[in-house]
Design a protein around this ligand. Sequence first.
Ligand code: PHE
Length: 322
Amino acid sequence: LTQNALQELSQIDNPDELEQWRVRILGRRGELTGILRGLAQLDLEERRQVGALGNQAKAALEEGLEKRGRDISEARLAQVADLERIDVTLPGRPVATGRLHPTTQVLREITDAFVAMGFSIVEGPEVEWDHYNFEMLNIPQGHPARDMWNTLWVDYPMLLRTHTSPMQARVMESVQPPVRVIVPGKCYRYEATDATHEWHFYQVEGLAVDEGITFADLKGTLYEFARRLFGTERKVRFRCDYFPFVEPGVDMSIDCFSCSGWIEIMGAGMVHPRVLAGVGYDPEKYTGFAFGLGPERIAMLKYGIDDIRHFYSNDLRFLRQF
Ligand code: PHE
């Protein structure tokens, strides 16, 4: 029995089989235990001899069991150590960090520049009423200028704002002059997209209303803004433009290195007297200027991006560059 059992034992290489072996040989119903229990039926002399042999066998088997158990667990440890060995001299794996979207970065630069000039930041709703998006801006029902803003209607008279200009009226309704605010936010237009047009984009609206504000203040403020964002080397151009809520109206462009031409970055002008009167300001007493600029276009100029559609296509190869 001992020989056989030890022979079996030497073949075992895992803890489960080892336990089965122990139960079978040394367990309470085990083979050796059975023999030792049978001793009671023998006479004294036989009992002594067989008992001594039995105990020797038991000791040998127990020792064998213990040794085999040790060997198995050592082999396991060695295997695990080999598999999971850590080379502490290897360089670490880089952790992928997130970053701010280029639009967010440029928005912060733009708002910082105007905050430094004394403007405060306000925000407004993206779902807007026809009333604020058009009516209060001197663009009544049926006015041909409505065609300038291809509108995504939610449910008439509710729409997705086509520009941040409705906040001009909302701000002036709620405070008395002097007003100096900028309004960063998203806008939407029902438009075909191309390299410089998206159906969804940001604007930063600006509005300053006070006694004695002139067109020179508008130009001075916007020149200073361009200087802060682009440095003194970039050229700035104003041209006459038409927006129903300003008079006179202009647009401002920056010379574009990468496209050898001009890129228009904003519309601006002196707040139309009708808009002032509409919110209850006295147009004889107060004047003001307003502007609406496009952060994506500014980012394109700053970073040499050739297509506005990169911004919101979520291509990480693009986004990781900023
Ligand atoms: N809201 C105009 C647009 O989206 C831009 C603008 C703003 C023009 C303020 C003049 C004054 O095109």
